[in-house]
Write a protein that binds this ligand. Structure first.
Ligand code: FAD
Length: 478
């Protein structure tokens, strides 16, 4: 009989289903306590942003409900996890401490130090609960990490992804439970003003919300037409699973295997389903990059970009953040981000390119804004994607390929519905002019009730001129 309870340190794995560390603790026998630590110290300036704090509050609240249902105990603590985890293990009289691995440099450092310290008194085990493959498992022929996505994806496809583990449905609570913080005391939700009001109708954080969204989406037109529709922000057909995946409310293994099953059963056409699987692999590729090239977090992966001359004009950066650049597709994206904590992937690429190449603002400032405003803000995907957009990362879009915000809008939001949804002052503009209102004849603007410079801004830069300027700055570092 196991006398000493197990402590599971939950981090980015807020779920009972396919949770290797929790499964191992339950299978070990004996009581189980789980601990979540809100640690703003170790991450420093990369502590969780505002939108994520909103999500975390609701996700933990849902998790508390699940603990009531399935048993066990959830302890909440705030502070330096390096001190709190050993202290709780001690107070609990634990026999074992388990967790699922994390992959950012500062997280690895903390976990390694803790493993060493805790191993003296407890059985300590770590598991893979976050990725399909560990970053060290997918290597080039010479044994190094991939910097190009296509061969990386080829290798992922050749590997078997394990079956999801059975959901933990019953846990025994320990007899002696250390004190827990009250979630409400953490002040994770915004008040005065409540800028997250627009999140509520859109999201249901927590494992149950994740499962429902995933199952609903698998049955939807979005899943059946993923490859052809995924670039269309007006259709809004992508899964919107990113924040659920980020907080670990569902595992990528579960999603990957269930999508494979849908393809096999003929419910989702192979090409559409495979494209979705390849997007899950893009997420993994980002983790692979950040794991092997930790400095990439705040330095360009390509050295030559260290010398790039940025303007970093604060007024232009503010106009971009507020969705007031005068380029409708850019403004629609930035306003969607503020209202929903989400932005369609195609539009993320457009607004990113606009910030870096039209406004000549350092990509790290855009990355920081996304960090604070995206509910799915993820250190690996956000960093790798911003470097991709800025042309300085691995397998990145070449810098000289500058996105034209007008033609991108016309191509991917052909009727202007996405712009109308998020920029209501342009709702009566005809589709011919909606992506470049400053080029519309005066009577068209009058009919649509738009006075440029009053109802909606004139473009803050001339795209053609800025394109030339960006290319000449690029030439200087080539
Ligand atoms: C500048 C920029 C910043 C980004 N920052 C983040 C971020 O902080 N967090 C984040 O999860 N994604 C980020 N992405 C990637 C991508 O935009 C989002 O994952 C996607 O839009 C989320 O919507 P979805 O869940 O509907 O995606 P779907 O199209 O339904 O894709 C399913 C899942 O695959 C993964 N995925 C899809 N596309 C990508 C991609 N290009 N790179 C990595 N993973 C991908 C996500 O986990 C996503 O939930 C960023 C992209 C750009 C261009």
């Amino acid at each position: 009989m196991i006398e000493k309870p197990a402590l599971v340190w939950l981090r980015e794995d807020l779920r009972f289903d396919d949770n290797p560390a929790l499964r191992a603790a339950a299978d070990r026998g004996g009581a189980v306590a789980c601990l979540y630590v809100l640690d703003d110290e170790v991450a420093g300036e990369w502590k969780m942003g505002g939108a994520q704090r909103w999500w975390l509050h609701h996700s933990l609240s849902a998790l508390q409900d699940d603990f009531e249902k399935f048993g066990g105990t959830l302890i909440l603590r705030r502070g330096n996890a390096g001190m709190i985890v050993p202290q709780i293990a001690e107070e609990l009289g634990a026999g074992a401490v388990y967790w699922n691995r994390r992959y950012m440099p500062w997280q690895i450092e903390q976990d390694k130090a803790l493993k060493e310290q805790l191993s003296e008194d407890f059985e300590v085990k770590s598991f893979n609960g976050r990725l399909l493959n560990e970053p060290w498992e997918i290597c080039t022929k010479s044994g190094g990490p991939y910097k190009v996505y296509t061969p990386y994806w080829k290798q992922v496809q050749q590997r078997d992804i394990r079956d999801p583990l059975a959901k933990v449905q019953k846990l025994e609570a320990p007899s002696r439970v250390p004190d827990t913080d009250k979630l409400d005391d953490w002040g994770l939700l915004p008040t005065r003003p409540n800028w997250a009001e627009g999140f509520e109708p859109v999201w249901t954080p927590g494992e149950r919300g994740a499962r429902r969204r995933w199952l609903d989406w698998l049955k939807s037109e979005g899943a059946k037409n993923y490859a052809s529709h995924r670039n269309r922000p007006d259709l809004d057909h992508t899964s919107r699973m990113a924040p659920h995946i980020h907080f670990g409310e569902i595992s990528p293994v579960t999603m990957y295997r269930e999508m494979q099953q849908k393809i096999e059963d003929g419910d989702i056409p192979q090409e559409e389903g495979n494209t979705f699987l390849s997007e899950l692999a893009w997420r993994e590729f980002s983790y692979n990059l950040l794991y092997h090239f930790g400095h990439m977090f705040d330095e360009p992966l390509m050295d030559k970009f260290k010398g790039f001359e940025w303007d970093n004009d604060e007024d232009k950066l503010e106009a971009w953040k507020k969705g007031q650049t005068g380029y409708p597709i850019v403004d629609a994206g930035m306003r969607q981000l503020w209202t929903e904590g989400h932005m369609h992937n195609r539009v993320r690429m457009i607004v990113g390119s606009f910030l870096v190449k039209d406004l000549l603002v350092d990509w790290r400032k855009g990355m920081k804004w996304f960090w604070d405003t995206l509910v799915c803000a993820d250190p690996a995907s956000n960093t790798a994607s911003w470097q991709w957009v800025a042309g300085c990362g691995a397998d990145a879009a070449p810098f000289f390929r500058v996105f034209n915000p007008i033609t991108q809008g016309e191509k991917f939001d052909p009727d202007g519905d996405y712009v109308r949804r998020h920029v209501p002052e342009l709702k009566d503009m005809p589709k011919k002019h909606i992506h470049a209102p400053w080029q519309a004849p005066k009577d068209v603007l009058r009919k649509a009730g738009v006075e440029l410079g009053k109802d909606y801004p004139e473009p803050i830069v001339d795209h053609g001129k800025m394109r030339e300027e960006a290319l000449s700055r690029y030439k200087a570092i080539k």
